[in-house]
Ligand binder design. Sequence first.
Ligand SMILES: Cc1ncc(COP(=O)(O)O)c(C=O)c1O
Length: 362
Amino acid sequence: MLPLWVADMDFVSPPAVLQALHERVAHGVFGYGSDTKKLTEIIVERLFRLYGWRVTPEDIVYIPGVVPGFNLACLAYAEAGERVVVQTPVYPPLLKAPFETGRDGADIGFNRDTDGRFSVDWQAFESAMAAEARLFILCNPQNPLGRVFTRHELEKMAAICLKRGTVICSDEIHCDLVFAGHRHVPIASIDPEIAQNTVTLMAPSKTYNLAGLQCSFAVIQNEQLRKRFRAADKGLMAHLNLLGCTAAVAAYSQGQTWLDELLQYLAANRDVTVKFIHEHMPKIGVTAPEGTYLAWLDCTKDPALSRPYQFFLKQAHVALSDGRQFGAPGEGHVRLNFGCPRALLLEALERMRRALERNASK
Ligand SMILES: Cc1ncc(COP(=O)(O)O)c(C=O)c1O
């Protein structure tokens, strides 16, 4: 079975991260020692350097993961039964967050342009926010669609939320995984008024393959929103993982060359995937993702693929992610993770092609 599913990569983290972790482990004492001062300085400098976004150390709230972050946002900014809006298809824990926290989850779809690109369904967006939405959870770059929203799209979404008094929680965990020709814009960096209405969730985990080390952060510039976010955890939130903090410092301060190389490799994997599917599995729809290492495969045009996840699992021994977990528009779709060695990716694609061929000749 070739696993191209859970959104982490097969690659070893940057050498500087491994070295920093070895040194920290050699220290041998693992008490309450997560000193976040250095990491905070690095994050503040980084957000300004990359996005021209000025934040202060006080704006940063550490959390063990982005998933706890958006669940906390549901608890903090909507009361039980109040409306939280998400755009589907979307990362399953984000889709489930309103329900897990007893809020009223409302999901809106995307439009499909003629070139296959997904874009915001503005009519649905406007009416969802108009119906007393307390919170909008944005996923940018978008998992599973691979869209990197433009400044214009973000400005428009933010303006509607501001008009309706809807708080924005922006999951930007994939922010560093953006391909040439696209640019990540943190929605809160657009202007101070938007920043005052937004909680941004980020982490080095996707970028440097550190998800198991649990070190993430929220940027919350509005003091009231920050207080409510902190209060919502009711003492249940674990503090930052000591080794995660060590890894994050090393990754952010010494991992840029590794990341540049990674992005080139991922871009080539993306191109290989899209070309292979266009050439050898023409009934499957795919558009080149603008960011992330995830490709969203539309199998709805092939009658043989009514349950594509099961089909590829059983017939090709390739484990993708079942599109149905990503919300109603995910029916007939699968997500493919190309964050793996190219030989393995090609082997998986070839197995998928052969399974379809065998099925067609039955
Ligand atoms: C959009 C998105 N948010 C959050 C996560 C996971 O966040 P964490 O492991 O920090 O809880 C993922 C992982 O796939 C993701 O794709």
